[in-house]
Design a protein around this ligand. Structure first.
Ligand SMILES: Nc1ncnc2c1ncn2[C@@H]1O[C@H](COP(=O)(O)OP(=O)(O)OP(=O)(O)O)[C@@H](O)[C@H]1O
Length: 254
C-alpha cells in the first residue's frame, strides 16, 4: 500500500527521458505535485506535454527516469494499476456511456471502484451506498439537476463535469488533467475553472492547458516545456517575468 501520511510531494517525476527515433520528446523532465496545489504544464505545440503526461499516468513508459507516488516508485506500474492506487488521468481514461443517464455513468464508476475496495461494502447496503456516493459526486461537480438526463444530451462543458465526477469516483489523490478546457466557450471554461479551484484543496493536480488566462488564474506552480525540456519552473509571477519563457513561448502569442 502507498504511504499517504508522509509529508512532501505526493507525486514526483524524476529525470524522465523519452525519445522517438532521433526526436527527444521528453528531455530530463522533473516535476512534483503537492496536495492543495495546481501545477500547470505549459508549452508550445509539440513541446511534449502529452508525452510527459502519458508517462505520469502510466500509458507510456519512459526510456529513463522514475515516477514516484506517495513515497513509492511506480515507474513500471500500468495505467490501471496507477489509477487504482489514486492517480487519475482525465479526460482520456473515462469513457462516458452516451445512452446511460448522468447518474448511471457515475454509478458505474463508483461501482468499479468499489469492486477494488472491499471495505466499501462493510456494514452498508450495496445499492444505497452506491447511490449515496453517486449523489455526493454529482453534487460536488454541480450536476445534481442533470442526474436523470441522458449523457449524450449534455452540453460539452457538462460532459467534462461528468468526466470529473467519474474520475473522482476512483477516489484519486492525484488528478492529471489533459486540456480540460479544450472546445469550451468562455462561460463553460469559467465554470470549470471554478470547479477546479474548489477541487484543488483535496487533490494534487497537474493541469496541461493551452488557455493562458486559465493557467494564470488557477496555477500555483507552472513548468514551461520546450522541446521536451523544462526551461523554467516557478510561480505565476516568476514565469510571467522569466525572459527565457517570454522569448521561447509567451512572445509567440500563446
Ligand atoms: N508516438 C509518437 N511517435 C513519434 N513521435 C511522436 C509520438 N508522439 C509524440 N511524438 C512527437 O513528440 C513531440 C511531442 O509531442 P506531444 O504530443 O507530446 O506534444 P504536446 O506538447 O502535447 O503538443 P500539443 O500541444 O500540440 O498537443 C512532437 O514532436 C510529436 O510529433
Amino acid at each position: 500500500m502507498a504511504d499517504i501520511s508522509q509529508s512532501g510531494p505526493v507525486f514526483e517525476a524524476k529525470n524522465l527521458f523519452k525519445s522517438y527515433g532521433g526526436l527527444r520528446a521528453t528531455d530530463n523532465l522533473s516535476l512534483h505535485l503537492e496536495t492543495g496545489k495546481i501545477h500547470a504544464l505549459i508549452g508550445p505545440n509539440g513541446a511534449g506535454k502529452t508525452t510527459a503526461l502519458s508517462q505520469l499516468s502510466g500509458e507510456l513508459q519512459p526510456d529513463e527516469g522514475q515516477v514516484w507516488f506517495c513515497g513509492q516508485d511506480i515507474t513500471r506500474y500500468s495505467m490501471p494499476k496507477r489509477a487504482r492506487m489514486g492517480v487519475a488521468r482525465s479526460f482520456q481514461i473515462t469513457a462516458i456511456f452516451d445512452d446511460f443517464t448522468v447518474a448511471e455513468n457515475v454509478a458505474v464508476a463508483v461501482q468499479s471502484r468499489a469492486s477494488h475496495h472491499f471495505s466499501f461494502w462493510r456494514a452498508v447496503g450495496r445499492d444505497s451506498s452506491i447511490n449515496r456516493r453517486t449523489d455526493a459526486l454529482l453534487n460536488q461537480v454541480g450536476l445534481v439537476a442533470f442526474a436523470n438526463r441522458r449523457a449524450a444530451d449534455l452540453a460539452h462543458g457538462q460532459k467534462r463535469q461528468l468526466e470529473i465526477a467519474m474520475a473522482l469516483a476512483l477516489e484519486p489523490k492525484v488528478l492529471l488533467l489533459d486540456e480540460p478546457m479544450a472546445g469550451m466557450g468562455p462561460t463553460e471554461s469559467a465554470q470549470l475553472a471554478e470547479l477546479l479551484e474548489q477541487l484543488k484543496h483535496d487533490f494534487a493536480i497537474l493541469l496541461v492547458e493551452h488557455d493562458m488566462n486559465i493557467v494564470f488564474r488557477l496555477a500555483d506552480m507552472i513548468s514551461v516545456l520546450v522541446n521536451g525540456a523544462v526551461i523554467a519552473s516557478g510561480t505565476v509571477d516568476e514565469i510571467r517575468e522569466n525572459e527565457d519563457v517570454q522569448k521561447a513561448y509567451l512572445a509567440e502569442g500563446y
